[in-house]
Write a new protein. Structure first.
Length: 360
């Protein structure tokens, strides 16, 4: 079996549903391999995401903090995973600005505890099991810092220059993973990917926030001048890339994963508005009227872009969605799953919205 940490979050739950070909997702070579999901269930963890596999014999859930090294090791000894995919993290830049402590704890100390448990577990495996074992660390393009308009895209050799507490904590975790490969020979794989979007994303992130606010007729907050550029990757394409890296990536290597979709934030917001107007017209008029420019995020990185030639050339992976096709799927999913959004909007989410947007 495989272990997934953070499997109740956005990308982790998409990964598990894709891995098990559940909830109408297509079968692939690994679909029958069991998965154990380790998640602390922070505000971002939602077991509703995994309702389709709740009673599936191929799926198990353990509520656990990744800082608990001994409990992690005990789980490894019991279930003997052949691979660990590490998604668990504090993942929202704005939250890291308001409270960096949790980011240092989970992203750095948690990754350290997981690496230590994995090192001890791997030492108990047979030579062939130990060689076949993989530790796949899911990271972000934000570790590379901010690009100017004409700078070349981030490659795997771009120096790290993290600018937010979030990206600094992810950069630190990437360095620990690298060190465990070089020092202890742990067969690690690191992926650095761009902004994901798709079903099951918590509505604190740009695209689901804009969809939720637009449907509610609320202002659509755009930070600064709206000209910050991100590369957007459909979450299903990210999951395919991770399966490919796990299957064929070279231990010790890092792979950048991108969607070939660089866009300004304002263009993203306008595209979401247009799609919603088509699919669910608003009697009051086009939703672009709701766009509201608000005070910028401190230290806001101007541009991210990914050079994904290494994963394309070595592993033959390419994204299959364009921004138009992926976004249309995403908007339809949110329209069809208003209950899922309503459950989140009725909880502690309200406190976050008040903290981040009031008086901005
Ligand atoms: P998310 O915030 O939606 O989910 C994170 C999950 O980790 C949640 O289920 C949460 O409960 C769990 N978690 C948090 N702290 C934990 C702890 N101490 N112990 C156990 N579980 C804990 O995040 P996401 O968007 O799914 O991101 C997953 C990974 O991908 C992260 O490592 C993130 O840095 C990386 N990433 C995300 C994006 C993106 O656009 N979302 C882009 C690049 C990289
Ligand atoms: P976000 O989804 O938080 O991802 P990240 O900061 O990891 O890139 O934000 C994406 C972009 O959208 C980023 O440039 C900040 C911007 N943004 C807004 O303009 N308004 C918002 O309300 C949010 C949450 C983000």
């Amino acid at each position: 079996m495989i272990f997934v940490t953070g499997g109740a979050g956005f990308i982790g739950s998409n990964f598990i549903l894709d891995w098990l070909a559940a909830d109408g997702r297509p079968r692939h070579a690994d679909s029958d391999e069991a998965v154990l999901n380790i998640d602390r269930l922070t505000y971002a963890g939602n077991l509703e995401n995994l309702a389709a596999v709740e009673r599936d014999p191929r799926y198990r859930f353990e509520r656990l903090d990744i800082c608990e090294r001994d409990a992690l090791l005990a789980l490894m000894r019991t279930h003997r995973p052949r691979a660990i995919l590490h998604f668990a993290a504090e993942s929202h830049v704005d939250r890291s600005i308001r409270g960096p402590g949790e980011f240092v704890r989970t992203n750095i100390e948690g990754t350290f505890a997981l690496l230590e448990a994995t090192r001890a577990y791997r030492g108990e495996l047979s030579a062939s099991e130990s060689e076949a074992f993989r530790f796949l660390h899911v990271s972000t393009d934000e570790v590379y810092g901010s690009l100017g308009p004409r700078d070349p895209a981030f490659s795997e050799t771009t120096p790290y220059q993290p600018n937010s507490p979030y990206s600094a904590s992810k950069a630190a975790s990437d360095h620990l993973v690298r060190a465990y490969h070089h020092t202890y020979g742990l067969p690690t794989l690191t992926t650095n990917c761009s902004n994901n979007y798709g079903p099951l994303q918590f509505p604190e992130k740009l695209i689901p926030l804009i969809i939720a606010n637009a449907l509610a007729g609320k202002p659509l907050p755009v930070y600064g001048d709206g000209m910050n550029v991100r590369d957007w990757l459909y979450v299903g394409d990210h999951c395919t890339a991770l399966r490919r890296v796990l299957a064929a990536g070279r231990p010790g290597e890092t792979y950048n994963i991108g969607g070939n979709n660089e866009m300004t934030n304002i263009a993203v917001v306008r595209t979401v508005c247009r799609l919603l107007d088509e699919l669910r017209p608003d009697a009051q008029g086009p939703r672009e009227r709701l766009i509201s420019f608000v005070t910028d995020r401190p230290g806001h990185d101007r541009r991210y872009a990914i050079d994904a030639r290494k994963i394309a050339g070595e592993l033959g992976w390419q994204p299959s969605e364009t921004f138009e096709t992926g976004l249309a799927k995403t908007v339809r999913w949110y329209l069809d799953h208003q209950d899922w959004v309503a459950h989140i909007l009725s909880g502690a989410y309200k406190d976050w919205i008040a903290a981040n947007y009031t008086g901005r």
